[in-house]
Design a protein around this ligand. Sequence first.
Ligand code: ADP
Ligand code: MG
Length: 516
Amino acid sequence: MSPVEWASRVAKEFEYNQQDVRQATRHFIKQMEEGLERDGATMNQIPSYVTAVPDGTETGLYLAVDLGGTNLRICSVNLHGDSTFSITQSKVAIPVSIITARYFSELFAYIAEQINIFLQHHHENLLQKYQDSKDSSPGHIQKRLLLGLTFSFTFEQQALNRGTLLRWTKGFNIPDAVGQDISAVFQTEIDKLNLPVLVVALVNDTVGALLARSYTSPGRTKTLLGAIFGTGTNGAYVEKMHNITKLIRSGKFAEGEMVINTEWGAFDDELLVLPTTPYDLAVDTESVHPGIQMYEKRISGMYLGEILRHTILALVSTTTSIDVPLDSKLNQQFAIDSSFLSMAAADDSTDLSMLRKQLNVSFNINASRELAEAVKILAVAIGDRAARLAGVAIAAIVLKSGRLSVSGCDEPSKPGGTPQPRNENHAGKPISTSLGRSHEKIDGQDIIDIGVDGSLFEFYPGFEDGIRSTLKDIDGIGYEGAKRIRFGLARDGSGVGAALVARMAEQESKLAGSTL
Ligand code: ADP
Ligand code: MG
């Protein structure tokens, strides 16, 4: 078989048809509901304790630390109060020694030191004044900058500023971290350096993306969902409090709405509906945490290159006489970054010169045009499946929110399709809630605004198109519904979002009559 024939066959295994996405969307809604009902469900559906989204009028200077899967960013964010902000930031790659450190405190000692360097560079006066002062009165302590930590891992939240890690993902593995109070460990390390910084909020990056988008979104649309497609994938959305039964039972809340961090990377870890090829299995088996984050392992930046690597190895050994030496990079886990897929998908030259050059430079493979074409077919198949799968989460949340029905979406649901969105709103009347603002329209109908962060969404050619193709395939959304869904990049989402939550914590404590 020729390489192109072989690749085309394998590409078929990655096709994800209309029936597949419909079934998966139904299952997604079911697992969302299970997560709202009880702890320990497949999708954690973690309450964020964020009960208001910003309207763009917020002001103030805040610090934000974003611990992503790949990078650590330290920023100071100045909210101008007119939907704009200025941000000063530094970014470092997280050293491997930290990713797999023995103690949780080592991670935060490293971050505190990076904050120290950041303050020395960008807020030297503030730092000097604080550290030179012999004053230890409450007034002095209040001069600390309030900090929001964006922590892009799975943690259970007990309050805006309190959370404990449930499990590591994205290759992180610091054994003693699980169960520890994240902000407390962080604050201890900050205080060791005598920095004028107080950790007041713990934010998941998806919650940050949602809030940042809501602060900056054009018009006065209320953002429904913040989604991340970067190293990992996850989403946070606005849920009605009365649907969050596990929280209602606790007696703490009764009405209004709350932002829920879905932890959708774990969607269908049971593999009841997700597509699974031999290459997916290989990626999972070799991963740090086999058997979990199955949805994430088919979608996110950390894994797409790996899926491709396994298909290329099979392609080369099945259809060519090329001997891939054992020490070739192609045999190394994570040797292919997902940006390679973007490059391959974007190479439209007739002789695929860019792709062939990369195959040569990166893997020492002297690829014929034909072999390169086969690689491109595989890369596109893997990337497109990821985008179609990403659409499932978005479709499910849009349906579940009932917002398409709010201003009379005309798309009727066909029989036998996805479950009807539970529409608790008064059809025809735009709802006004604590999280809501007045709506922007398309063709006289409300826009559903979605903030997205992550390099994969930003750079993989056609990722949004792939998501949209799924949305159109879903009963209850369809072409008309998809038109009303607007995606906006929530760049700096985690920084601005964390600053906004830090501000929220400050406002809450003021309301409660205490100072931070
Ligand atoms: P993080 O998830 O750490 O916050 P990003 O959103 O930048 O950071 O995502 C990093 C991930 O995006 C990495 O897995 C990387 O492989 C992937 N990535 C970076 N550039 C591209 C690109 N051009 N196309 C596709 N994926 C990319
Ligand atoms: Mg990120």
